[in-house]
Design a protein. Structure first.
Lengths: 280, 320, 330
């Protein structure tokens, strides 16, 4: 019944400068699934993501990739397992977009050689799969936010790691660009990529995630499970201190590109109107 | 003795008071002048009027050439402070130093309680001058950039320091030396004048142009400067030296560089090298406008007359 | 900056053309004027004697070689520092190398003062020592880039302070000589050092070129670079040491020549983008050509006198740089 666990997190504790950031986090990530980590600002989501890829050492508990503890893996070994799409970052230098994506092939390059013909082929495929083939010769410093984020995603894909991690990768994008990246993620998930993302967008997270981990502001695990199990009014209020209306729709899945054609139930979260707060 | 000193102190105090009352000093000045040092006014190189109470007794020299001149005047007894650069005569190094000529210690100067500080107009900053004046220390500036100015400086320093006669002698010695050289050069004629390169520094190769003290000295000694007329201290390179191929190359050993002669001896095709006319003259003889300028003039003249007797064959013989 | 980076295949011929032109200018122009045919004749007959032959073989060729070497070293090290520090305004002397070299040169001129080779060797040692101090700080800390820059600035200041202290003790002549020595001068007589310097610099430049992918990744910031599989601490140390060594060699051979390490990498990025597979060799070639050309101008405009080459690099480099910035609209 259970698929292979890529990643197993058990009773993870982490503190930073004497302050507990994460307490007793336990969950697993299965291959080919989309997992979203959610929670208020400062609840330790990004820290958790860093712990998952071994950039930080936990105080208690462990993060296991198969048989290995995450923080024991070298940068190179980890880069072969996980590709990261960072938050929007400043580009002080203008690269050709193709070269920018080729940075994802760094781990595969021999010390004395640049990208091989094979590497460039993978780069072009990655650009095509993120609908950015037309950007190939553009200068990275001149891209719009949406274009840059697609290129970053293409770079992570060119890395050909089984797991993709996104740290609020879409939070600075407008609705249209956000939507198109979500579609792309779902499509990738359907094609076997394991995705772990930190997201603030409850609607799209509920739509594309197989599992959601909800953290409390104190860094405790409120719930882990399917969107239906996790995103309840009580949980959301515990995580964000906001009351939401949860609406359920039935969608036939048509017109959404990667849809399966079956009708699926979709959750929509509507925060209480601002006026209701002022008159309790 | 004791009472005398009291008296003079009181007198000075009274004079000081009188000086504050307009009109009184000029009227009764002649009456008192006999008993106190006379007020004398000198015009210095900056055109400033420097008022001194007679001849100074405690002098700080911030100029190496002035220090040399003071010794040449026999006035070293007045000298209480010098700079780190005042290395001649050797006894000068036993005097209290107040630091470098362009950045002396004001406190060190003040502690010496000088009644005159001598600065170089082109080395000292206006701020230094201002600070000294605010401390009520009289400042006399010199600016010996040419032979004429050097002669003038020797005469003036003699007058300022109360060694007017010695100053006049020193100045006329230099004047005579120059006049004698002029006569000698006129006799031999200008047609045979050798072309001379005056080096100041080798790395980089800085040379003395015509509009400098060494340049003027060279002209006086009957040499033709290869540098562009009107130049000061241009930076050259070996290519230019080869292109101009001077008859004589004057080098000055400098602390911190290898033997300057070897620098040019690498280039055997240079006429000056072939004929053995790479000549060492101490930098201070040429670049320091003090009494040793006469030695510099003589050395330049010697190099030029030697060059006239040198032939290529002769040098080849001495080199092997 | 241009929206697209195309025609990148043109970089090599254009760069080589630039270097070739600069070298020809460097050999033709000077106090002794030459025609191109005279130059060819002289180069074809190395045994012939005469003024022009001596000037070309003994003076201009070594000088052009030294300028090319120093220009290459400075441009490549500037490229590397800019990439690793993610700061387009970083300059090869940023890690206190210049201060160390100055201190070494003054020490040599003050206390040893005999042979001309002592000065460059002590300047080189001083530069390495400064670099080593920065390295120690960086290693102890697993330092962030701004810590490195600060450490560099501090080491530089420390050297300057020691220099000022020396000034109080040492006779001032050596001090002045050292300052002149440092001011950037390509007329050094130390030809026998040139082949060794050239050999080491070539190896370092090729080594850095072979890590072009690494430099690309570093421009994305160390956090991202780590996620792309880079062992940050070790690789950064390697890049700093290689680039620092290049600077130390350049300083020992020619003093502090400004502007090359800043303007050349920048100009090439504006032309052909920041990809280091192209940037490193292009910076090496153009850096060499730039300094050779600047030196030719420095030797010619006021001939027989010459202008300090740093004045020319700034006078030529700065307006060209401004023009590029304006052209590319950034």
């Amino acid at each position: 019944m259970m698929e292979a666990q890529m990643l197993q997190i058990q009773k993870l504790d982490f503190s930073y400068r004497g302050k507990k950031v994460l307490r007793q986090i336990s969950f697993g990530v299965e291959q080919g699934k989309v997992v979203s980590i959610m929670g208020a600002n400062g609840s330790g989501k990004s820290t958790l993501l860093r712990l998952l890829r071994g950039r930080l050492q936990p105080d208690g508990g462990e993060v296991r990739w198969g048989n290995a503890a995450a923080h024991k893996l070298s940068r190179r070994e980890m880069a072969l397992k996980v590709a990261v799409v960072p938050q929007q970052l400043q580009q002080p230098f203008g690269f050709q977009v193709r070269e920018m994506v080729a940075m994802g092939r760094y781990i595969y390059q021999q010390p004395l050689a640049g990208p091989s013909r094979q590497d460039w082929k993978i780069v072009d495929e990655a650009l095509a799969s993120t609908d950015s083939a037309h950007l190939a010769t553009r200068c990275s410093a001149e891209l719009s936010g949406g274009e840059l984020q697609r290129v970053m995603l293409a770079r992570a894909l060119a890395q050909q790691a089984p797991v993709l991690m996104l740290d609020e990768a879409t939070s600075q994008l407008d609705m249209g660009h956000k939507r198109s990246i979500c579609l792309l993620l779902r499509h990738l998930g359907q094609n076997g990529k394991t995705i772990v993302q930190v997201s603030h967008d409850m609607n799209s997270a509920a739509e594309i995630s197989h599992k959601i981990l909800l953290l409390s502001p104190a860094g405790e695990q409120i719930a882990f499970g399917s969107p239906y199990e996790v995103l309840t009014s009580a949980h959301i209020e515990a995580a964000y201190g906001v009351q939401v209306d949860i609406q359920r729709y039935l969608s036939t899945g048509g017109g959404t590109g990667g849809g399966t054609g079956e009708s699926t139930e979709i959750l929509r979260f509507l925060p209480q109107p601002l006026t209701s707060r002022s008159t309790p | 003795m004791h009472s005398n000193r009291h008296l003079s102190l009181i007198l000075m105090f009274v004079c000081g008071l009188l000086a504050w009352v307009p009109g009184v000093w000029s009227g009764s000045g002649s009456a008192i002048a006999a008993s106190i040092p006379a007020q004398v006014t000198h015009t210095d190189a900056l055109g400033r009027q420097v008022q001194l109470d007679g001849a100074p007794q405690r002098v700080v020299s911030l100029v190496p050439s002035v220090t040399e001149t003071i010794y040449a005047l026999g006035a070293q007894g007045l000298l209480v402070g010098v700079t780190d650069f005042c290395n001649y005569p050797p006894q000068a190094q036993n005097k209290q130093s107040v630091g470098a000529y362009d950045s002396p210690s004001i406190e060190a100067i003040a502690m010496l309680r000088p009644d005159l500080v001598i600065i170089a107009a082109d080395m000292a900053t206006p701020a230094l001058l201002q600070t000294l004046l605010e401390l009520d220390i009289p400042v006399y500036s010199v600016y010996p950039r040419s032979l004429k100015a050097t002669i003038e400086m020797q005469r003036n320093l003699g007058a300022v320091l109360g060694y007017a006669e010695a100053g006049a002698t020193l100045a006329s010695q230099l004047e005579q030396a120059i006049a004698q050289l002029n006569q000698e050069v006129n006799q031999t004629g200008v047609e045979t004048s050798p072309r001379v390169l005056l080096t100041i520094m080798l790395e980089p190769l800085v040379i003395a142009g015509t509009d400098t003290l060494p340049g003027e000295m060279l002209a006086c000694a009957g040499g033709v400067n290869v540098a562009t007329p009107g130049s000061r201290y241009p930076m050259w390179n070996m290519e230019s030296v080869l292109a101009f191929d001077p008859d004589i190359i004057i080098v000055s050993p400098h602390p911190g560089t290898s033997s300057p002669r070897d620098f040019f001896l690498r280039f055997k095709q240079l006429r000056a090298v072939q004929q053995g006319n790479v000549v060492e003259i101490p930098a201070d003889w040429l670049q320091r406008p003090g009494p040793r300028i006469i030695k510099g003039l003589e050395a330049l003249r010697q190099a030029i007359t030697d060059a006239a007797t040198h032939t290529p064959e002769k040098i080849d013989a001495t080199q092997h | 900056m241009q929206p697209s980076i195309r025609h990148t295949y043109l970089w090599l011929p254009l760069c080589l053309l630039f270097l070739g032109g600069a070298v020809v200018a460097g050999l033709i122009y000077g106090t002794v004027p030459l025609t191109p045919s005279e130059l060819v004749d002289i180069l074809l007959h190395p045994q012939s004697s005469g003024l022009k032959s001596t000037v070309v073989w003994q003076l201009r060729l070594p000088r052009v070689g030294l300028a090319a070497l120093v220009g290459m070293a400075l441009a490549v090290s500037g490229t590397v520092f800019q990439a690793v520090l993610r700061n387009p305004l970083a300059d090869p002397y940023i890690l206190g190398v210049s201060g160390g070299a100055a201190l070494g040169a003054v020490l040599a001129l003050t206390f040893f003062s005999v042979q001309s080779y002592v000065v460059p060797s002590l300047a080189f040692s001083g530069a390495l020592l400064a670099l080593f101090l920065v390295y120690l700080v960086a290693r102890a800390h697993q330092a962030a880039t701004h810590t490195l820059i600060l450490a560099g600035v501090m080491v530089g200041s420390l050297c300057t302070a020691m220099l000022m202290f020396l000034l109080l003790y040492a006779p001032a002549d050596p001090m002045r000589n050292a300052l002149f020595w440092l001011a950037g001068n390509l007329a050094r007589g130390e030809e026998r050092w040139l082949p060794y310097g050239a050999g080491v610099c070539m190896i370092l430049v090729l080594l850095l070129w072979s890590r072009a992918g690494l430099l690309d990744v570093f421009t994305q910031g160390e956090d991202v670079a780590a996620d792309l599989g880079v062992d940050i601490g070790r690789e950064r140390m390697f890049l700093f040491c290689a680039a620092g060594l290049l600077v130390a060699i350049a300083v020992a051979l020619a003093g502090l020549v400004g502007f090359v390490g800043l303007v050349v990498p920048h100009a090439i990025r504006l032309l052909w983008g920041a990809g280091h597979t192209r940037l490193i060799p292009a910076a090496a070639i153009v850096g060499a050509g730039f300094l050779v050309g600047a030196d030719a101008i420095a030797r010619t405009v006021l001939a027989p006198a010459e202008v300090p080459v740093g004045v020319v690099t700034a006078l030529v480099g700065a307006p060209f740089f401004l023009y590029l910035l304006r052209l590319r609209g950034r």
